[in-house]
Design a protein around this ligand. Structure first.
Ligand code: GLU
Ligand code: ZN
Length: 318
């Protein structure tokens, strides 16, 4: 039994009292494809139905994966589909803030510098729920004779995270055993997604994160980061990811086509049908704003309870 060092993070402030605030957080690695349109629709519909706010956050913290013009193209697609949102937040404008957060975790001994190379880890580490489980080489001081310690990892000793996902039910993870000390800053110096996304969800006071089940395991890391910072994690709802014809998640990497801005009604109805909402066919020829009125009134996220993935082929739009 570990006592003093055991951290247990609990998520969730969807108590009906906190004002609802949702978000869509695309990475600008390419134009919007159908899978990411579904993520935008699900989070927006949930915010509309909850009479809440919906924010767009451009997660442009990884220049090595960024496609020129992708952020603008994503925003144009949202506009063409009738999404309304305040000025988006660009994570690239917040790098100094993330540096300060990492600095604070280092000072508090919740994080430590790491000098291990990817190749070293590939050879010595086991795989867990979220890639390799870091074997802890640098926990008690990084060896910097061969390489500078440019990465930073979160100390996960004894950390358990549990939360109840609104759609996927109770979730539990022994983070040290199943994930390991994960990266807050990567070896190449860029801030890691887990740190930036967790901090911004808290700082923007997001009350509920609605996103695909491919990010379910990330939630353990994000909740733990917030717990270590003394911040409250949002509530979470992970909806089924869209599988392409090959039964793999639709993605830019596997060449999912760009959403066509000239057919917003068809695209939105396909997305709503994928999300099991049964939109009426008459909406195909209605103004786009009508689709969002219908969605505000009829959206029912509970139809997705327990559904982890769905094939694109099962979408019916007459
Ligand atoms: N930027 C991430 C992505 O495009 C999503 C982040 C999130 O919703 O937490 O996959
Ligand atoms: Zn290391």
């Amino acid at each position: 039994m570990r006592n003093a060092s055991t951290a247990t993070a609990t998520t969730g402030i969807a108590d009906g009292k906190t004002p609802y605030r949702g978000r869509f957080a695309p990475s600008p690695t390419g134009p919007l494809h159908f899978g990411s349109l579904v993520a935008a629709v699900a989070s927006y519909a949930q915010a509309l139905h909850s009479a809440g706010e919906w924010l767009v956050r451009i997660e442009d913290i990884d220049p090595t994966r960024e496609a020129p013009g992708a952020a603008d193209s994503i925003l144009r697609t949202l506009d063409a589909h009738g999404f309304r949102y305040p000025e988006p937040l660009y994570q690239s404008s917040r790098l100094e803030t993330y540096d300060a957060v990492i600095e604070r975790l280092l000072t508090d001994h919740q994080a430590y510098p790491c000098s291990c190379s990817r190749r070293e880890l590939r050879n010595s580490a086991r795989s867990g729920r979220a890639g390799i489980i870091y074997p802890g080489h640098c926990r008690n001081g990084a060896d910097t004779r061969k390489r500078p310690a440019t990465a930073v990892r979160l100390r996960t000793d004894g950390a358990n995270v549990s939360f109840v996902d609104a759609l996927q039910g109770p979730q539990y993870c022994d983070v040290e055993k199943e994930i390991g000390d994960f990266l807050l800053r990567r070896g190449d110096g860029f801030v890691a997604y887990q740190l930036a996304v967790a901090f911004d969800d808290a700082e923007q006071q997001i009350s509920e994160v609605v996103r695909g089940t491919d990010l379910l395991d990330s939630t353990f890391m994000q909740s733990l980061v917030l717990e270590k910072l003394g911040l409250t994690p949002p509530a979470y709802a992970h909806f089924p990811v869209v599988l392409g014809a090959d039964n793999h998640k639709l993605s830019k990497q596997t060449g999912a086509p760009e959403v066509d801005n000239n057919s917003p009604n068809i695209n939105l109805l396909r997305a709503l049908s994928f999300l099991l909402q049964e939109p009426p066919e008459a909406l195909l020829t209605a103004p786009v704003a009508r689709i969002w009125e219908w969605t505000t009134e009829h959206w029912d996220i509970t139809r997705l309870e327990g559904v982890q993935s769905r094939s694109e082929r099962s979408i019916m739009v007459q």
